[in-house]
Design a binder for this molecule. Structure first.
Ligand SMILES: [Zn+2]
Length: 504
């Protein structure tokens, strides 16, 4: 024993927390003041001389346990008061650590709960998005309901920020950063609503602004739970039938256009429901917004590789798909890969940023796809454009004689109980669909888009303006919203109204 070093102070070492419970159990068994043992986190087994003399076998057993953590375990002697002090200090810090862990767990649970409260509230009111603006010490909150912003009571910036950070850190499958207010980041979160058990997919986007930062959450209920079909989205039955037919086709490119927030992704998911079960659908998405168990969804990250979509399309072609979906065509490489896939025995469905159905072609020319490539016969299965417009509340809409629009229904400014005092109730999809024929192929090759539009109008084609005008005449839409959101509406309505003057 005399050969062993004698320790009088811990120096930089601490009690090993992992082996502490084992040492405490041995100590309890000995139940004596003279014999004591503790293992330090520098790999030293510290025992009293009395312990060595009385329980050498137990100390050796303990040392063997210690060697599992510290393979080059050393032995040292210390007096019993020192060992007892080490054990007591170690036990106190173990309790403190446990208490802090419990507190942190509580804070995280509370934070997650408060975000869930906001999301449940917004969802029950039919909101599509939640907007947070963090400024000063305040979090200003607004819900977008049927296309319009509704401001909510402000909350504390700290608690809302904690709630969002907690959700991103623990419930996101594609958020891998540390929450930083000064960074622009997007991520998806899945939450389960407590009342209905309905899973909600949330797409979050965060960016700094002049006096703080903003976070936008887009709410997307699980499509399997909500089961939206084309007709539920407001597509007329004739149009839904033509789209169903296209989704059964073997080849071609179906492109959907519309502004952000006008339901392109929801339409894409509804179209998937029309694909026969005998066909394999592979969907390439950034981000995955709606979970669809029936199809193969692949998350494509374009963070480090701008050509990731084009690359994935080429690689998916080797996986024997029938239908390939691409969440959006944003660059030339993706556009070219989509065209190639569509002309080699696959149906390709995607969205592009364009104002109307014919405008899809302008967008593709702008990206750099040649008119020669785009005018290949039977390339396009369809060109679809859509907008979502607020529907007038049928209980409080007001019939008025308007100088510009004739006799129409307008949104009531005060609203009523039926519409939560907003004047509108739900939204309706206004769409237009072109299935390009041989004549269209010529216009596309020669890049004569305005002539194409004129020719379509002459043939009595049902444009978004026609459809919107019909809904205004039926008292479902407010004409000022139609004029604001539908391209060419004012012109179309003006011409129609001149033909048949409105009767009061
Ligand atoms: Zn109303």
């Amino acid at each position: 024993m005399a050969l062993l070093p004698v320790l009088k102070s811990l120096g930089a070492a601490q009690v090993c927390m992992r082996l502490l419970p084992l040492c405490m159990r041995v100590q309890e068994k000995w139940n004596s003041a003279a014999e004591g043992v503790v293992i330090l986190d520098n790999g030293t087994l510290l025992a009293t001389e009395a312990a060595w003399q009385r329980y050498p076998q137990m100390l050796c057993n303990l040392a063997n346990e210690g060697k599992l953590v510290y393979p080059s375990l050393q032995w040292a002697l210390a007096d019993s008061a020192f060992v007892r002090q080490c054990l007591a200090d170690g036990d106190a810090s173990r309790r403190e650590l446990a208490r802090r862990a419990a507190l942190a767990l509580d804070a995280e649970t509370l934070a997650k709960q408060s975000l869930l409260d906001i999301v449940s509230d917004a969802y029950s009111q039919g909101a599509s998005d939640i907007h947070f603006r963090m400024t000063g010490s305040e979090a200003r909150i607004a819900y977008r309901i049927h296309g319009q912003l509704r401001h909510q009571t402000a909350r504390s910036r700290t608690s809302v920020t904690e709630a969002i950070a907690a959700a991103l850190n623990t419930q996101s499958d594609d958020f891998h950063d540390v929450f930083d207010e000064s960074q622009v980041t997007g991520a998806s979160i899945t939450l389960t609503l407590p009342d209905s058990g309905l899973p909600i997919r949330i797409r979050s986007q965060k960016s700094p602004c002049r006096d703080g930062f903003s976070v936008t959450l887009r709410l997307q209920a699980d499509s399997t739970a909500r089961a939206l079909t084309l007709s539920e989205l407001g597509f007329a039955s004739e149009r839904a039938k033509r789209l169903q037919h296209i989704m059964g086709q073997a080849t071609g490119l179906l492109l959907i256009s519309g502004p952000t927030g006008h339901g392109k992704t929801t339409t894409l998911a509804a179209l998937n429901r029309e694909v026969p079960a005998t066909r394999k659908v592979v969907s390439l998405e950034d981000p995955i917004e709606i979970i669809q168990p029936r199809i193969e969804q692949k998350y494509v990250s374009t963070d480090n590789n701008p050509e990731a979509f084009a690359h994935m399309i080429r690689s998916v072609l080797r996986e024997d798909p029938d239908v390939i979906e691409v969440s959006e065509i944003r660059d030339l490489a993706t556009a070219k890969a989509a065209v190639t896939a569509a002309t080699t025995g696959h149906l390709v469905v995607s969205t592009v940023h364009a104002t109307d159905a014919v405008g899809i072609l302008s967008r593709l020319y702008d990206l750099g796809v040649s008119s020669l490539q785009l005018s290949q016969p039977h390339l396009f299965a369809g060109l679809l454009a859509q907008r979502l417009l607020p529907k007038l509340c049928s209980s409080c809409k007001e019939r008025v004689q308007d100088n510009r629009w004739g006799t129409v229904y307008r949104q009531s400014k005060s609203g009523c109980e039926q519409c939560n005092f907003t004047g509108s109730n739900g939204r309706i999809a206004i769409s237009e669909l072109i299935v390009p024929n041989e004549e269209a192929t010529t216009f596309i090759r020669e890049q004569k888009l305005s002539q194409w539009c004129a020719s379509l109008a002459q043939q009595g084609w049902d444009s978004m303006a026609c459809e919107a005008f019909m809904w205004v005449q039926r008292g479902v839409l407010d004409p000022s919203y139609a004029a604001e959101l539908i391209p060419g509406y004012a012109q179309h309505a003006g011409a129609e109204l001149q033909q048949e003057p409105a009767h009061v």
